[in-house]
Ligand binder design. Structure first.
Ligand SMILES: Nc1nc2c(ncn2[C@@H]2O[C@H](COP(=O)(O)OP(=O)(O)O)[C@@H](O)[C@H]2O)c(=O)[nH]1
Ligand SMILES: [Mg+2]
Length: 336
């Protein structure tokens, strides 16, 4: 008899998952992140239990956000920086969020392939994640995945996100250090929306400064340095620096890591990291609460029942959007 057809799907219970995570078993950690990302109610419940039990374990990991436009060289940079980190004897988890992966699974594989050398190291855990419609890909789920990676004992956690404005603000609430990657010649973007990103960057790396890009990269560096001087400091003790890097030749990679290390040494000296952790938890609390409220609102029978007619009245000018919103709130929580 062929027994492989009868083999049940591997579905470990909460105890097995929690102890597997604590032991640093990568496939179990991956399984737990899948539960976090699941939309199914029973998975959500399971993920919740796992998270609650993992939260108790704190390991003092450092969290680094790597952000920049698509094609800026983030994944390739993480591979180069990641090797440097692992060679220092540290364990590294990478949560790579790819907004394009919503449509095609191909690009998820693409990102993992880009970090192939890193993926082959036992000290590294690489988890490509679909952005599931969230701007830039960060969501409470990313924050939860970070918490699990910490419980699994990783010393450094990197989150790759695409810089599209609002998403950096979201990633800023869950990581301790933000490295902004910019292409040579992108200094003109400083005038526009990228300014918001500059405000939360703790360091800037101009990427791909190999080949014939060296001259233009030097100009960009001066432009970014000038822009940083104009900004109010994010931390009183920290002045962001601009680095020229190449993931291909290895230029600047070690310098960036030294800069990041110096930042965390200062954070510890000023006892700022603990305070930051508290702020991050508070932020997760309210993000989750907002998500729960929204879900409760839009799945409420009364709201569903009146939504269409309210919308029609707003469209035909019978109701202002303001009164329409009030009417829907009234449907959700009737005034007593
Ligand atoms: N010349 C050069 N090309 C690079 C460098 N880093 C990345 N690339 C290339 O730039 C493209 C985009 O890189 P990728 O890491 O996927 O960018 P991401 O979208 O920001 O993650 C790929 O074709 C890389 O091979 C670099 O340091 N120098
Ligand atoms: Mg990438």
């Amino acid at each position: 008899m062929k027994s492989h057809n009868l083999k049940p799907r591997y579905d470990p219970d909460v105890d097995t998952i929690v102890s597997g995570i604590m032991k640093g078993e990568r496939h179990i950690l991956s399984r737990a992140i899948t539960l976090i990302e699941s939309q199914r109610a029973e998975d959500e419940q399971k993920a919740h239990e796992i998270l609650d039990r993992c939260l108790a374990k704190k390991n003092g990991a450092i969290r680094i956000g790597i952000t920049g436009s698509p094609g800026a060289g983030k994944s390739t940079f993480i591979e180069a920086l990641g090797e440097e980190i692992i060679n220092q004897g540290l364990r590294l988890a990478v949560l790579a969020i790819d907004p394009s992966s919503k449509q095609s699974k191909g690009s998820i594989l693409g990102d993992k392939a880009r970090m192939e050398r890193l993926a082959g190291r036992k000290e590294a855990f690489i988890r490509p994640t679909a952005s599931s419609g969230c701007l830039g890909g960060t969501s409470p789920k990313t924050h939860e995945a970070i918490l699990l990676c910490e419980a699994a004992g990783y010393d450094v956690i990197m989150v790759e996100t695409v810089g599209v404005g609002q998403s950096e603000v979201a990633v800023d609430t869950m990581v301790d250090f933000i490295l902004l990657l910019m292409l040579p010649g992108s200094g003109d973007e400083l005038q526009g929306i990228k300014r918001g990103i500059m405000e939360i960057a703790d360091a800037v790396a101009i990427t791909k400064t190999d080949g014939d890009q060296a001259g233009i990269a030097a100009i960009s560096r001066a432009e970014f340095e000038a822009a940083i001087r104009m900004l109010p400091p994010k931390h009183p003790f920290w002045q962001p620096q601009v680095f020229l890097t190449s993931a291909i030749t290895g230029t600047g990679i070690r310098e960036v890591w030294q800069n990041i290390s110096a930042y965390f040494a200062l954070m510890r000296k000023h006892n700022t990291l603990e305070e930051l952790r508290r702020q991050q938890l508070k932020s997760l609390l309210y993000t989750l609460l907002e998500e729960r409220l929204k879900r409760a609102f839009f799945s409420n029978a009364e709201v569903i029942g009146s939504k269409e007619s309210v919308e029609q009245k707003v469209l035909s000018g019978q109701l202002s959007p303001f009164s329409g919103a009030n009417a829907l709130m009234e449907a959700f929580i009737p005034r007593r």
